[in-house]
Design a protein. Structure first.
Length: 353
């Protein structure tokens, strides 16, 4: 309603290489988030299998179990109007891809493979997965459904200013993230399914990336990372969830939760549309940047929160920070700007007083 949508970033409890258990946790969390009027349900990278399966990713039994679990998720969300983004390994032309399933009302609308695979220090994804770079106009059979659009050329249009682009974890950290091209290709909401490890200071950098991407893309950017139940052989994941809207951080969830949980924020896509209309650098970028041709896949417009139930803080004095230290810093900056302008004018006119 009025361009508002509720995004739920979901972090389920997982078991490594146990798709049946993981699908059950995904379904429980999806039901709770949908009951909370969530429009978009975003799950972590490889949530169906878990991220840290290692060489088991090449095991046929695991991959068959993933498809069975995905089919169950589809069956049991057939009456759900929300759009779900769930990570899973997907086979295509004798290669394995780290991918995002986008589904609604029990149908997989499309599958987006990860483009940038980390292969340094504690990460070695190229051992298991192929990059989705260059895969366009492709289709795949998966989880009992046939000719599902597959590739990095997918956007999902649900009407009412809601057009979704999807990228996976490392894609966000690249020099030219796929999300930047998706935004120039008209995506207003960008989803990132992640399994980012925790290191000292990395959470701060992650926040700055999400805020910066949402600002540069003049878009909503939602990020959900795998939680603490991934294997800790090589890394520790913290379940970090973030949602930003045109540079403003709306959600920064507490990390290291032990239970399945979801966190929500209500985003304003009418505001995004208005900002893009008035943002000349965005329009110039769209006109001068080579933008790949995207397949626009139709989705039903998901439920949105009623006007009286929108969870959004609106400052009574939006230009005056309520935080005292920030207000003091802002006032000092205003004073410095004004005095610099006045000093230039006095110098130029050779005024005595």
């Amino acid at each position: 309603m009025f361009g508002f949508y509720r995004i739920a970033t979901c972090v389920p409890v997982t078991r490594v290489a146990d798709p049946a258990f993981n699908s059950e946790q995904i379904l429980k969390l999806a039901g709770k988030a949908a009951a909370d009027q969530a429009s978009i349900l975003l799950f972590p990278e490889l949530a169906v299998s878990s991220y840290s399966c290692g060489d088991l990713f090449h095991n046929g039994t695991l991959l068959a179990g993933v498809e069975q679990a995905a089919a169950r998720i589809c069956r049991e969300t057939a009456d759900m109007d929300a759009i779900l983004a769930i990570g899973a390994p997907v086979r295509y032309q004798d290669r394995l891809f780290n991918a995002a399933l986008i589904l609604q009302r029990g149908k997989i609308l499309g599958i987006v493979p990860k483009t940038h695979l980390p292969n340094y220090r504690e990460f070695y994804e190229k051992r298991y997965f192929s990059s989705g770079f260059g895969i366009r106009n492709a289709f795949v059979d998966f989880a009992g459904q046939t000719r599902i659009p597959f590739g990095t050329d997918l956007l999902f249009d649900a009407g009412d200013d809601l057009r979704i682009g999807v990228e996976i974890c490392e894609d966000m950290w690249s020099t030219v993230p796929p999300s930047s091209l998706q935004a120039l290709g008209s995506a207003s909401m960008l989803l990132n399914l992640s399994a980012s490890n925790e290191l000292i200071g990395k959470a701060d950098y992650r926040r700055s990336l999400v805020r910066g991407l949402s600002a540069r893309c003049v878009a909503v950017y939602a990020y959900a990372s795998a939680g603490v139940h991934e294997s800790t052989t090589d890394t520790v994941c913290g379940g970090h969830c973030l949602i930003a809207e045109n540079g403003a951080l709306l959600l920064d969830a507490e990390r290291f939760g032990r239970d399945s949980e979801f966190h929500t924020a209500d985003v304003d896509l009418e505001r995004i549309r208005a900002a893009r209309l008035s943002d000349s650098p965005f329009a110039d970028s769209a006109a001068t940047t080579p933008i790949p041709e995207f397949r626009i896949l139709s989705a039903a417009n998901p439920p949105s929160p009623a006007a009286a139930q929108i969870r959004r803080n609106f400052e009574r004095r939006p230009f005056v920070p309520s935080d005292e230290s920030l207000r003091d810093s802002r006032c000092r900056e205003i004073f410095a700007i004004q005095t610099a302008g006045l000093a230039k004018r006095v110098e130029h006119t050779h005024a005595k007083k």
